[in-house]
Design a binder for this molecule. Sequence first.
Ligand SMILES: C[S@@+](CC[C@H](N)C(=O)[O-])C[C@H]1O[C@@H](n2cnc3c(N)ncnc32)[C@H](O)[C@@H]1O
Length: 284
Amino acid sequence: MSIPLIPVMPAAKSTLEDIEIQLLLEGIYQYYGFDFRDYALASLKRRVRRIMQSEEVSTISALQDRILHDANCLERFLIGLTVHVTAMFRDPSFFVTFRRRVVPLLRTYPFIRIWHAGCSTGQEVYSMAILLHEEGLYHRCRIYATDMNDYVLQQAKSGIYSLRLMQEYTHLYLRAGGTRSFSEYYTAAYENAIFRSFLKENVVFSQHNLATDNSFNEFNVILCRNVLIYFNSTLQKRVHQLFYDSLCSFGILGLGRQETLKLTPFEQHYEELDRDNRLYRRLH
Ligand SMILES: C[S@@+](CC[C@H](N)C(=O)[O-])C[C@H]1O[C@@H](n2cnc3c(N)ncnc32)[C@H](O)[C@@H]1O
């Protein structure tokens, strides 16, 4: 008697693609420790499909096979899976509001600890260092800049960006309330802009994974912009708990434009400093 070849679907509505993705993420977690199991599925799928194209494999299982047996393929996967897009003074009104609403609060602290979680290639970190320098606060600050991806962190540490980007960055700097000449902050060498070394003197770059790692200090400010959108609600909740536990009383939390504390279990633990620019202050 022949057995019918109809797939059984214990998890209702799971497609073969969903099952393969689950197995892929589980394998990566168990073997390498990188945990993508609670990333938002739709964007994750899009990116996995793109990686399959560039790896020239036709199934996710084939991709899994390659990743588990070749650490170089994992590196490419890590770069391809997460979005690293960033810019100096991204969403300039955030920095305008930070100057206006947060800087006066920071002036009351003798020493200021800031955490940029998911800092990508570092532009946000140098932007904040410039802002704090212009406000006369930088010498009192220690900035911790973290990302799960070592490849982007190395670029962040170098402080070297393409000279082609400087026109756009100058424009954003001015819209963000910058009052000097942006070119004061870098020297041009061939095709590159090399940011001045004092801007990283008070910065510690380090690998930290929001999905698996714990808190490592207490902070006056935590900025995590344009990272939580890629997580599902379980992982977002974990990260909000981590931020809450890592902020001092009355510490500041800054999120990205499309991110919010609204409707999260943490909403009532913060006051809104500025709704549009996603700036919050821990209540006690
Ligand atoms: C779109 S970039 C945001 C960069 C910057 N914060 C900004 O707003 O311009 C998202 C960054 O989050 C990082 N990321 C993704 N998942 C992460 C995780 N689990 N832990 C830490 N960083 C993560 C990525 O590596 C990427 O560099």
